[in-house]
Ligand binder design. Structure first.
Ligand code: MTE
Ligand code: MO
Length: 425
């Protein structure tokens, strides 16, 4: 092996190693994010730092990619005849660039229309489903114990991706073809490779197909957002509110997409025997309702889109409920009232709107979705709907509205979400 000063080969090997570590950390932080449990860790304070770290790592990975550009031409020339390596390189570049571009959209989500974010999250997820198993396979099958005995002595970076210090005739002598014919170890090695591949496929495939149906199902077919039947609703709310004709009729259109069930607490359940709803604080007439009186209030119907700030949406929801502006008018606001605070029956989640925002005609205290009572998992019996803002404003299991004079920072805003929740149109 040559003793020349660190040159091209060393540079490549360094980039390869850095890229490996950064991609590993990106995978760890990235796979934590959609994991429901993480929403609960450290009382929710864990999620945003992990996301920030993931973004910083993404930027670092872009730097590595840029540093590689000037070396690329020479590297490509060097591996010209090595189809496998060229394939691997091409695939890795596609993965990294795809992750990077979709990642930028998800990072800067408020600058893009929701359709962009919907595309970006599907792309980001799809690349992850394919890329992470591929990279694990790539790494495992290059570990020393998997290599042919003769090659275990060669540093892996030099043996496979980077072959700068070895002259061409030596590379030829080590080419796969000659080994396939000569080495008895190839059986063991191939066996291990196939086993790793099969194990990865078997462990990833079921979740992957589930992801496929919920990610593409929503855009390809019409599905009712509240996929769960009210019959297996954990809530016990009787009687059922009778849907308005409009609400029933729009069902033909119906919600397009899947809600991901989010909760920062274990899912709460409610019973109409004990359920209460109240409006209080800086109002002239504080009021409280039980279920029976609550569903007697006049409701309206609206069709609106629902956007989560993490990138998924459910389009064309038919919501039926009481306009918030009507409730506020009936309560009568004291002059000192400046903000409307919403409480969830989970006892933890809250959020706020300014009076001006709360007065928007499409802000709804919703009771039915697509003509059916809102399922417990999706925030039933009553949830707030603020169509023009990201859904963290749409408090689930809403049971109290309080008029206050000073701003209140909501649950997710307290933990790093932007207080500006407007969806770009
Ligand atoms: N009580 C409560 N309301 C909540 C949340 C929550 O965790 N708890 N999550 C918010 C967020 S971030 C989103 S995207 C939507 C998700 O609604 P879904 O669970 O019906 O899909 O609810 C919002 N309202
Ligand atoms: Mo969200």
């Amino acid at each position: 092996m040559s003793r020349r000063k660190p040159g091209f080969g060393k540079q490549l090997a360094d980039l390869h190693r850095w890229n490996g570590w950064i991609v590993l950390l990106l995978a760890v932080t990235g796979l934590l994010l959609p994991w429901d449990v993480v929403r609960g860790w450290l009382d929710g304070h864990f999620r945003n730092p992990v996301k920030q770290l993931h973004i910083i790592l993404g930027v670092l990975s872009a730097v590595i990619l840029f540093l590689y550009i000037p070396l690329m031409k020479k590297h490509l020339k060097q591996i010209k005849k090595r189809t496998k390596q060229k394939g691997n390189l091409g695939f890795m570049v596609i993965l990294l660039v795809g992750w990077l571009l979709s990642g930028i959209i998800l990072w800067q989500i408020r600058r893009f229309p929701p359709q962009w974010a919907n595309g970006a999250i599907i792309a980001h997820d799809l690349l992850t489903w394919i890329g992470v198993p591929y990279i694990i396979f790539h790494s495992l099958t290059r570990l020393k114990w998997m290599k042919k005995p003769e090659r275990r002595s060669i540093k892996s970076s030099q043996a496979e991706d980077v072959i700068p210090t070895r002259p061409n005739h030596e590379i030829a002598a080590h080419s796969n073809v000659s080994y396939t014919e000569r080495s008895p170890w190839i059986n063991r090695r191939q066996f291990l490779k196939w086993s790793v591949g099969a194990a990865l496929t078997v462990s990833v495939a079921p979740s992957f197909f589930r992801w496929m149906t919920t990610s593409f199902g929503g855009t390809i077919t019409n599905v009712t957002g509240t996929t769960k039947d009210i019959a297996d609703d954990a809530n016990l709310m009787l009687p059922n509110p009778t849907p308005l004709p409009d609400s029933v009729n729009v069902i033909g259109g119906g919600a397009k997409g899947y809600f991901r069930v989010y909760s920062v607490t274990p899912l709460p359940t409610f019973d109409s025997k004990t359920w209460k709803f109240s409006i209080d604080g800086l109002v002239d007439i504080p009021s409280a309702w039980n279920w029976e009186s609550f569903i007697k209030m006049a409701r309206t119907v609206q069709v609106s889109d629902f956007h989560c700030v993490t990138g998924w949406s459910v389009y064309k929801n038919t919501w039926e409920g009481i306009p918030l502006s009507v409730m506020l008018k009936q309560a009568g606001l004291k002059p000192s009232a400046k903000f409307v605070k919403f409480y969830s029956g989970d006892g933890v989640y809250t959020d706020t709107l300014t009076l001006e925002q709360a007065d928007m005609e499409d802000v709804l205290v919703a009771v039915l979705h697509d003509g059916k009572p809102i399922h417990r998992d999706y925030g039933g019996p009553v949830r707030l709907i603020v169509p023009k803002m990201y859904a963290y404003k749409s408090v689930k299991w809403l049971n109290r509205i309080e008029l206050i004079d000073k701003d209140h920072i909501g649950y997710w805003e307290e933990r790093g979400y932007d207080t500006d929740a407007w969806v770009k149109t």
